[in-house]
Design a protein around this ligand. Structure first.
Ligand code: ARG
Length: 285
């Protein structure tokens, strides 16, 4: 089922209009587009630190919801927009353990760490890789999941970009401020296009403005399943920044301990693997 095709075409048209208005790069996920959803299912225990609401405690989690099966938008049974994915399930569990109400904020990936550092969100759960440089700005939980990287291209070019060496001089699309951007910078003579949202990278790929995109494996698979005419090549990108962590505000040891405790519980009970399987199935629907 290629239902995202229509969405992509629609978004492509919007992009073209923006371009005609003389705007430079499009950033579909600016602050104005940020979306907030509250998730129920919390028992409001009182009196722990955190953002307070009238009813009790609130846990605000920032994520860039362009990243199936980690975090992405769906329409629920009532046609309402909802952010779902396995990072969202993890966020729910942390909120539950804190006795807080969860609020998910959809933001641009490249703004997440600043939002955390300036306390506008309490946590970042967004397929965040433990890049050492980020540790200057935020604290990080233990690794809760690992995945490989992938090279995505138009189906007809699949054989052309079958090795990392073949990317030399290619036009590479990546998410702004991601480790994929770092990886693309390592490719000799590559021409980078760094965009705020992954949807935009896929559009650029489809329209031929970039040759390949470097994307996390599970996310690449999800897009390939839902978007016509793109494929994962045999090239194997590698990174030292393996695995995913949760970002916590620097110095908030109490929160860090709590997050790690919840992760321990989810990892040892096999819940994370179940969340991944469920979210992957949901992303395919
Ligand atoms: N793992 C990569 C990084 O940390 C990319 C994460 C992108 N996440 C997202 N929700 N778009 O740099």
């Amino acid at each position: 089922m290629k239902k995202w095709g229509i969405l992509l075409v629609a978004m492509m048209m919007v992009t073209m209009v923006l371009a005609a208005c003389g705007q430079e790069k499009n950033g579909s996920g600016n602050q104005a587009n940020d979306k907030t959803t509250s998730q129920a299912g919390s028992q409001n225990k009182a009196d722990e630190s955190g953002n307070k609401t009238e009813g009790g405690k609130k846990l605000i989690v920032g994520m860039s919801a362009d990243f199936p099966p980690y975090e992405f938008h769906i329409k629920d049974a009532n046609g309402e927009d909802q952010i779902v994915g396995f990072d969202v399930e993890i966020a729910k569990e942390i909120a539950k353990d804190l006795g807080a109400e969860l609020e998910v904020k959809d933001m641009q990936f490249d703004s997440l760490l600043n939002e955390l550092a300036s306390s506008r969100v309490d946590l970042v759960i967004s397929g965040l890789s433990p890049k050492p440089e980020r540790k200057k700005q935020i604290d990080m939980s233990k690794i809760y999941y690992k995945a490989e990287q992938a090279i995505v291209t138009r189906s007809e070019d699949k054989a052309k970009y079958a090795t990392m060496d073949s990317l030399k001089g290619a036009k590479i699309g990546v998410q702004k401020s991601s480790i994929q951007e770092d990886m693309a910078k390592q490719v000799p003579e590559a021409k980078l296009t760094s965009l705020a949202k992954i949807n935009d990278i896929i559009m650029q790929l489809k329209s031929g403005r970039v040759d390949v995109a470097i994307i996390e494996g599970p996310v690449a698979k999800s897009f390939v399943k839902n978007v016509e005419g793109i494929d994962i090549t045999d090239a194997k990108p590698v990174t030292e920044d393996e695995g995913y962590v949760i970002g916590v505000k620097k110095g908030n040891q109490e929160m860090l301990d709590q997050v790690n405790k919840t992760l321990d519980r989810l990892i040892s009970s096999g819940s994370i693997d179940k969340f991944v399987a469920d979210a992957s199935a949901l992303a395919e629907k």
